[in-house]
Structures are given as C-alpha cells and as structure tokens.
Design a protein around this ligand. Structure first.
Ligand SMILES: C[S@@+](CC[C@H](N)C(=O)[O-])C[C@H]1O[C@@H](n2cnc3c(N)ncnc32)[C@H](O)[C@@H]1O
Length: 307
C-alpha cells in the first residue's frame, strides 16, 4: 500500500511495459491519487516530467500534495482525458513518451459515501467524477422506463434490466430516488428470488450501479475519444498502456490498439492482456478484473512524414 492508503493496480507491470526513462515526457491520463504517477517519476529518474490529468478536483489536490517534492517535474490539469490534445497544447508538449490510463474510479471516490459510487454506505446518488452535468439521481428519476432498461442492459450487462427499470419507475412514482441505499434496495427487491448454486455472487445492484456510473460520466465515449488520439500523440519509441476493468472498456482498447498495429506504425507490447497476479488480487480485490494492454510506436505515419 502506498502513502495515500491506495494501491495502484498492476504497478510492476505498468513500470515494466512503459519503462519510463530519464528525460521523458509522461502523461498520466487518470492521475487519481498519484500512485502510478509517483512510481513512474521515481523509475524514470531525474529530468522526466509528468502531466497528470483528472476530472476530480479533490483527487488532484491530494496528488498535488503527495507530489509536492517533485513539484518542478509535475503539472496537473483538471480535464477530461478525451481532451488530451488540448491539455498537451496548454502544456506546450507536442508528443509524449509514456502514457497511462487507469480507468474507472479511485478508492477515494468509492470509499466516500458523499460521492454516491457505492451502496455499502448510504449517500446521495451522485457518481460524477467531475461533479458537473446530470447526476445518477437525475438519470434514475427522469429517464423513461425503456431508456433505463437499455442503459442497465448495455452498460451493466444485466439480464434483469427490464424488471429493474420497471421497479425503479414504480418506486420513483412514490418518491424520487435520491440515495444509494434506497436504489440498491429497489434493485435487490426486483430480482427473482431463485436459489443460486454459485457460492460467491455479487450484490444484485452491482451491475446497475456500474451502468449508471458509465452513463453519468460518458465513460465509453471519453475512452473512445482518447483512443482515437493516442497513437498520433506518441513519440517514436513512445509507449502507451491502458488498464481497463470490464469487457466494454477492454473491447475498445483491444480494437484501437489492433488498428494502430494494422496501420504499421505501432506494435503490441503484449499479445494477450496482462492480468494481476494472485498475490495482488489477494491484497487488492479491485485488481481481479484489471486488464492491461500496451503498445509502442515504431515509426511516424506516412501523413506525418510528408508534412
Ligand atoms: C482508478 S483511478 C486512478 C488511480 C491512479 N492510477 C493512482 O495510482 O492513484 C481513476 C481516476 O480517473 C479519473 N477519471 C475517470 N474518467 C476520467 C476522464 N474521462 N478524464 C479524466 N479523469 C478521469 C477518476 O476521477 C479517478 O480519479
């Protein structure tokens, strides 16, 4: 565990694949609590600089404090990683040697009931990384039943989506759904009560909460926009790694990296996604579903050579 009480996922593998070096420009697209960022700067040694991006102001403040001893080498930006090119322009950087995106939410967000990401403790149904735009409560209380069912099916991959959407619409007719625990109870009560043979089952509301988080933050759209830009911003010899936590994300990463390889400008650093070892999973259950894919830039594209 690092100083901030947070465990950066697959840290050894990230350092091995990105191999940060002296003098490099590194971008951490999801700087969070600064665990990966600090380790990448330590591994790179003197002169490497890091641009850290996050939507969450409170995480950026924590990282600022954590990396205060490296202040001259770190610049932090509150931005969506989908706008990585704008951040680079603002930082005066035209290409990058190592890029990391460690997707999803941080432990600080999950563990803070006021952020509304979890039903383990009761809190407002919020789930916004950047605390802007419609919250999870807004979606739950305003979307039509069919839209809700589609959202839960598409982003939560829950086969009970229609049943859950019906129960939500019925419950909000009595009183708006504003709290995480109430939503979790509504979802749990909507499930068919069949005895299950599987010993370990997830809480019935887990998939609905995942779906709402993805929708509230436009997670897949942001990832797609980042992946479109990523191959083009890497320097020759530069490396990029993405850690995803569910198949919807991993599919996008796999497809985008395959397209970069197909175009002849990049190579995969690992043919199959790397996953966390048993020791790490034991220590940090969140790492169980992590998949790490990485690419390296080999040459410039024909367009760039002509320019
Ligand atoms: C899993 S945490 C990263 C943890 C970090 N690697 C560390 O070691 O502390 C993911 C972070 O990404 C941020 N985030 C999620 N989506 C984002 C987006 N589209 N743009 C910028 N930041 C985002 C979240 O606010 C969260 O702080």
């Amino acid at each position: 565990m690092d100083d901030a009480g947070h465990l950066p996922v697959m840290l050894d593998e990230v350092l091995e694949l990105l191999a940060p070096r002296c003098g490099q420009t590194i971008i951490d697209c999801t700087v969070g609590l600064g665990g990966h960022a600090e380790a990448m700067l330590d591994a790179a040694g003197a002169d490497a600089t890091l641009i850290g991006i996050d939507l969450d102001e409170s995480n950026l403040l924590k990282t600022k404090e954590r990396l205060s001893h490296l202040a001259g080498r770190v610049r932090l930006f509150r931005a969506n990683f989908a706008d990585i090119c704008d951040v680079m322009a603002e930082a005066g950087v035209s290409s990058v040697d190592a890029v990391l995106a460690d997707l999803g939410m941080s432990s600080s967000q999950l563990d803070d009931p006021d952020r509304g990401f979890s039903f383990q403790a009761d809190g407002p149904l919020d789930m916004r990384y950047g605390r802007e735009g419609p919250s999870a409560a807004d979606l739950v209380n305003t979307l039509g039943e069919a839209e809700l069912a589609d959202l839960i099916y598409r982003y939560g991959q829950d086969r009970h989506s229609r049943r859950i959407a019906r129960a939500i619409v019925r419950a909000r007719g009595r009183e708006p759904i504003e709290r995480t625990r109430r939503l979790a109870q509504i979802v749990a009560a909507a499930m068919p009560h069949k005895p299950t043979r599987r010993r370990k089952t997830i809480h019935p509301a887990t998939r609905t909460f995942q779906a709402l988080r993805i929708a509230v933050n436009g997670e897949l759209e942001s990832l797609e926009r980042l992946l479109e830009k990523l191959p083009g911003i890497m320097s020759v010899g530069g490396r990029a790694a993405v850690i995803s936590f569910h198949s919807l994300e991993d599919r996008l990463v796999k497809r985008a990296f395959a397209a970069a390889v197909e175009s002849g400008t990049h190579r995969l650093l690992n043919r199959k996604p790397r996953t966390a070892g048993l020791d790490e999973v034991g220590e940090n259950p969140r790492s169980r579903s992590a998949k790490l894919r990485a690419i390296e830039r080999l040459v410039m594209s024909t367009d760039e050579r002509i320019r």
